[in-house]
Write a protein that binds this ligand. Sequence first.
Ligand code: NAD
Length: 305
Amino acid sequence: MRDFAGRTAFVTGGANGVGIGIVRTLLNEGCKVAIADIRQDAIDQALASLDNREVMGIQLDVASRGDFARAAEEVEAKFGPVSIVVNNAGVNLFQTIEESSYDDWDWLLGVNLHGVINGVQTFVPRMVERVKTGEQVGGHVINTASMAGFLSSGSPGIYNTTKAAVRALSESLRYSLLQYGIGVSVLSPGLVKSVIYASDDLRPDRLKGTMKPVDPAATLRLQGLHEHGMEPDVIGARVIEAVKANRLYIFSHPDHKEELREVFDYILGHYQDYPKDPGFDSRVAFEKFRADAGREARHKSLAAE
Ligand SMILES: NC(=O)c1ccc[n+]([C@@H]2O[C@H](COP(=O)([O-])OP(=O)(O)OC[C@H]3O[C@@H](n4cnc5c(N)ncnc54)[C@H](O)[C@@H]3O)[C@@H](O)[C@H]2O)c1
């Protein structure tokens, strides 16, 4: 998608960090932008900093399907059909899986995974329908995952799980939406200058029952770390460039390429040279159809770039 001017974009988590960087870049491209975020004060600050009439704020919790439905109606009534969806809102919980509770899982999966699912379920059917009727040409869905979706460490375990899921969701959606000319990209940043270290502030009361107490010293350390992160505007520019090129994977940070290669080799290194079992030949013949279809989907996806 190269024609951004005049389109309406919906950016979740748009009031801070990665989101505000994408918002600013989209506005520079001539889009009308809805900043959708749970923090009303941050929305107000963002709007005050943007000298542009084509931007609106909308408070929502991405984990809520009802909030999404309401937000979509409000934004489309004011700015017209949304054809760029940026599912970016996310929170982190810097702890291992064995020290986590069901509340921890529900919170992180609710925001990081269901938030993306809700954005897709709300907007994609509308986009597809408009493409089918000729009201809309093209469109793009950008989902923010993380390098954590590729490079898992022990902590943060739940976060890594959500980001790997967002990556898989985005890959599948990419292949199924190709036929409509709607692009899908998964953004996988490394460290960003953002306020994600303060995620605990956003945790709903109903999911606080079994949480570990927040350690203010650890939060302070994380704040210091994120100071060294990439500037949101640099990421925003790289995202738009990648969307124009219709790239599936957006690796904003050049920092991890060799590590990623090591991880892929490490995974392949787990294959064993087992002797053929009795079902091998018929199974492989069947699997060939699936593998060929996957190869063709990747080929078409690359050809669309
Ligand atoms: N900060 C990093 O180093 C880093 C690295 C890789 C990926 N990411 C991902 O980038 C995305 C943006 O994070 P960021 O680092 O810019 O963090 P951030 O905290 O600066 O911005 C996230 C925004 O999302 C909003 N938000 C949080 N929960 C929400 C909810 N339930 N509903 C609506 N809005 C909500 C917050 O209010 C905030 O404005 C996240 O998906 C995060 O996982 C961040």
